[in-house]
Design a protein around this ligand. Structure first.
Ligand code: SF4
Length: 317
């Protein structure tokens, strides 16, 4: 890929990666072009595991800030780079430490489980971190009578309550991408594509989850389309994942579920899409912006993430 400044970004990124012993970790919600230059593509759980177990000197995270921070927390000795520090997350920002402390105080005696989609100061307040890939299993691994706080996603929280039947106080936050899928538009698509299966991320609202043929994390949705024998899917999560679905099964068709806002027509995460090939090149060349976290804060945030990884390993996830 050459841009008008005549830099062959893909070749340059490959050269810089080798020279600097750097790896690129990319989330499934990145563009296909970025996924294709990454050393590893995955969901939050797989990327956390990869960040903790590699021998690179530099990790460039093609994703959003909380993911790069998680990589830094798990690999403090490494330089962790994020191509655009404005790549935040509406879900993480829906839970501030100040308000979350009050919520914990109002619900005493509960184990605090936070979704990885939180800022570092929320992880510091948590007992265990989880992802959408392992949330149900982590909660089921705890004693039945244990009372829980779950934050920040109300839809995933509601899904977990229904799945596990546990006593869970759920924080009232949401992701602006997953809450935007239109039930009516999906039903209309389903009428036009009667063979298509509706596959849905648990961060979606209940009415959308209720019409799903399958509900799962991003990696579970990908795995489902790999193994399932349908020919067509309506995909209710960020459409970046469709790149991997097409690579795995190019003969199947994948329709991105439409958002409620019909003037927009797509359901891309604007934060994820702030990362571009050009920014990745600049970031790797200049080794900035870098993720820096105060050491005490980092060590406190590390505990609940390590606990998640230990439980996941024990459960074979
Ligand atoms: S899709 Fe939603 S949860 Fe994921 S990074 Fe974007 S805003 Fe955050």
């Amino acid at each position: 890929m050459k841009k008008n400044d005549n830099i062959d970004y893909i070749s340059e990124i490959t050269r810089l990666k080798k020279k600097k012993n750097a790896i690129i970790l990319a989330h499934y919600y990145q563009t296909g072009e970025i996924q294709d230059i990454a050393d590893f593509v995955g969901d939050s759980l797989a990327l956390s595991q990869k960040a903790a177990s590699n021998d690179a000197d530099i990790i460039l995270f093609a994703g959003v800030k909380f993911m790069a921070e998680t990589a830094k927390i798990l690999s403090p000795q490494k330089k962790v780079l994020l191509p655009d520090l404005n790549a935040g997350c509406s879900l993480a920002d829906s839970c501030t430490a100040e308000d979350f402390k009050k919520f914990i105080a109002a619900n005493p005696g509960r184990t605090v489980i936070s979704y990885v989609n939180t800022n570092t100061d929320i992880k510091v307040l948590s007992d265990i971190v989880c992802t959408s890939s392992n949330a149900v299993q982590i909660i089921e691994s705890l004693p039945v009578r244990e009372k829980i706080i779950f934050a920040p996603d109300r839809n995933l929280g509601n899904y977990i309550v229904n799945k596990t039947g546990r006593d869970i106080a759920v924080w009232d936050g949401a992701c602006h991408v997953h809450e935007e899928f239109s039930l009516e538009a999906i039903l209309k698509l389903k009428e036009e594509n009667t063979e298509a299966k509706v596959i849905v991320h648990p961060e979606c609202e209940l009415p959308v989850r209720m019409i799903a043929d399958f509900i799962g994390s991003t990696s579970a949705l990908l795995e489902f389309t790999r193994k399932d024998d349908s020919k067509s899917y309506i995909v209710a999560t960020e459409p970046g994942i469709i790149h991997q679905m097409k690579k795995a099964n190019p003969l199947k068709s994948y329709i991105a579920a439409p958002p409620k806002d019909s003037t927009c027509g797509c359901s891309e995460c604007n934060f994820m899409k702030l990362v571009t090939i050009r920014k990745i090149y600049n970031c790797l060349r200049d080794e900035k912006p870098e993720i820096l976290i105060n050491r005490d804060v980092l060590l406190k945030a590390q505990k609940p993430i390590v606990r998640m990884m230990e439980i996941s390993e024990k459960l074979g996830l």
